[in-house]
Design a protein around this ligand. Sequence first.
Ligand code: ZN
Length: 250
Amino acid sequence: MIFIQRSQEPAVLQNKGKAEQQAFCEAYDAGKREFKFDSAIYGNPTVKTALLKMQCDKCCFCESKISHISYGDVEHYRPKGGYKQAEQDELHAPGYYWLPYTWENLLLSCTLCNQQFKKNLFPLLAPQERALNHHDDITLEQPLLINPSATDPRQYIGFRQEIPYAIDGNIYGKATIAVVGLDREALNEKRRSHLALINQLIAVIKLANKQLENTELQSVAAQAKQIIAEAILPTAEYSAMINAQLPALH
Ligand SMILES: [Zn+2]
């Protein structure tokens, strides 16, 4: 998980979303508690394209590349339909019905992070501070799930080799790893093989540093450095993990 710099809001959210959200708020005040959300707005191709570009074609949580395996899910950070504080809880509905088309609430995630893990989970540090309707102030909430477009996850989630962990056992890192399944075995395995490759490249660079006269090796090491330089960029899969190994690169 890495920090995501939010780009400009797609026009459809302003043009159509704002009015719809306003209508939901008015309907709530009139007693309505069930809402139907229009995926043609939040899942509009222009929204998906903007999210894909903003997130360098990667899942906002696990950093897996999305486009070559699926379309990706437009993910509502604060769940629109209903929420759960904990997995075993009953679903509380309505959810954050006043934010379904709010740009700051939208991210793109892979199907697994969204549908198998996060689903409607949105735990808060103090559940009694939860905003229950549009009259409440969401800024009073302290979500346990890190919002990567608001907070740099590096402060909270580190890596021991390929395994993510909560730095100093902090509650935000712990909850985030659990809520989106950041340490699921399939993902650990994918990161493990990626890291093994990077470690081999580091070994080549270290060897080359001891054999400066070996021009062939120097040339291979230069290529290895180039690959590592690209592997730490936001565009690269699992760049948070590779960045966490940076001390080993020096
Ligand atoms: Zn994911």
